[in-house]
Design a protein around this ligand. Structure first.
Ligand code: IFM
Length: 443
């Protein structure tokens, strides 16, 4: 098996606004649902907040220098909607846009291709107060916000991602309630999901109408769902959960319809789906972004959502308790090409959390992360070899950051964030990744 990647393969790292920027109240930024949620006692581990995080908002130039030193060809980050339009709709905050102007210009000067995600979970709180994603108006507001971004940055920024992991927004935010805004309602979840589809589709349409050059796609978190046992009941559970985690997103985007099986089960709780909505969801994209971390095992479980309980597989785990299952990466990549005809695939996130510490020699030794990345990149090489059109890989994450409900307790970075001093210390994995990028391969 060749482990070499094409010479134009885009090697990069990813971050997201609320996780790294800090500067929660700087220069006119509005409140986001994650500001509100993290400041609600008991919602985030150790009551950590993103108020300061990695202070990337002020340290962006240093961070670009670090990226350049490592040899990154691409950098995926997200734009904070409440920084640009503090109340979600209406007045634009030029100082917020100027931050992204500086960042994009700095990346281009450094020879690094910027990929910007328009929405990585930090909804303006003002829009949440008016109903959040379960309200159809939020989707319309998102398209307006997207147009503001295209207009301000699109002359230089040519790679756009509408949404990051809409399943997480809908499921963890509105059903399980472990992420902002912390609701627990299936009808709200389904309404949020539908409006996320509309938001993305309308944002893509607005991009085409803007006449800007460049490409636009969406990033989904997808995973193989396997039955826990060989019982027929668990096989059914796995199929239903696959429809929820994977197909609820892929089918509308690529086929213009929700998967029929669980749609029939959920119909009574569905929001209004207006004529033309599914065509909006089906608006053609330039690429798909795949985020992959682990597979899930499904078992029949009455009283659970869709009568399914999911768990991690029995293999070795990262510090987050997530099973390490690199074969699942190959499985998802090939499935996307085979079943959905994906022609341009970017791997927009993949990585692992470990309990890294600064060793006595002042370095951060993370051999487990290197092994995780190596194993996953081998699967990427295998998929490319088998004809899957993979164009790039963005490692999650450039540096340790605010890991949502887990706060700062989970470290995903290849660069260690020393939070008290805000010092960045490249871990062994950063040096390893620099070599991988330099020689376009993991062999
Ligand atoms: O940190 C997150 C990121 O924001 C979205 N994808 C998964 C990562 C690890 O949990």
């Amino acid at each position: 098996m060749s482990k070499q990647f094409p010479a134009d393969f885009l090697w990069g790292c990813a971050t997201a606004s609320y996780q790294v920027e800090g500067a929660a109240h700087a220069e006119g930024k509005g409140e986001s649902i994650w500001d509100r949620f993290s400041h609600t006692p008991g919602k985030v581990k150790n009551n950590d907040t993103g108020d300061v995080a990695c202070d990337h908002y002020h340290k962006w130039a240093e961070d670009i220098a670090l990226m350049q030193e490592l040899g990154l060809k691409g950098y995926r980050f997200s734009l904070a909607w409440p920084r640009i339009i503090p109340t979600g709709r209406g007045e634009i905050n030029q100082r917020g846009l100027d931050f992204y102007n500086r960042l994009v210009d700095g990346l281009l000067e450094a020879g690094i291709t910027p990929f910007a995600t328009l929405y990585h979970w930090d909804l303006p709180q003002a829009l949440q107060d008016r109903g959040g994603w379960p309200s159809r108006d939020t989707a319309q507001a998102f398209a307006e916000y997207a147009s503001v971004c295209y207009e301000a940055l699109g002359d230089r920024l040519q790679n756009w991602i509408t949404l990051n992991e809409p399943w997480v927004v809908a499921d963890l935010g509105y059903r399980e309630g472990i992420f902002a805004p912390g609701h627990q309602s299936v009808p709200e979840t389904l309404a949020a999901a539908h409006h996320l589809h509309l938001a993305s589709g309308w944002a893509v349409q607005a991009f085409r109408e803007s006449g800007q050059a460049g490409k636009i796609g969406i990033t989904l978190n997808l995973a193989p769902i396997q039955p826990l046992t060989d019982s027929e009941a668990d096989a059914g559970a796995a199929d239903r959960y696959d429809q929820w985690l994977n197909r609820w997103w892929l089918d509308p985007i690529f086929r213009g319809a929700y998967p029929e099986g669980i749609h029939a089960l959920l119909e009574a709780q569905m929001p209004e789906v207006r004529e033309g909505d599914m065509q909006v969801a089906n608006t053609p994209l330039d690429f798909l972004g795949l985020n992959y971390y682990f597979r899930q095992m499904a078992e029949q479980a009455p009283r659970e959502f869709l009568d399914v309980k999911v768990s991690y597989g029995s293999g070795p785990k990262t510090a987050f308790g997530w099973e390490i299952y690199p074969e699942g990466y190959y499985e998802m990549m090939t499935r996307l090409a085979r079943e959905y005809g994906v022609e341009d695939l970017y791997l927009t996130e993949n990585g692992a959390a470990y309990n890294d510490v600064i060793a006595a020699d002042g370095e951060v030794h993370d051999p487990e992360r290197i092994a995780y990345l190596q194993a996953h990149l081998e699967q990427v090489g295998r998929a490319i070899q088998d004809g899957v059109p993979v164009r790039g890989y963005f490692l999650w994450s450039l540096m340790d950051n605010f890991e949502w409900a887990a706060g700062f307790s989970m470290r995903f970075g290849i660069v260690y964030s020393d939070y008290p001093t805000l010092r960045r210390i490249p871990k062994d994995s950063a040096k390893w990744y620099a070599e991988v990028m330099a020689r376009d391969g993991v062999g």
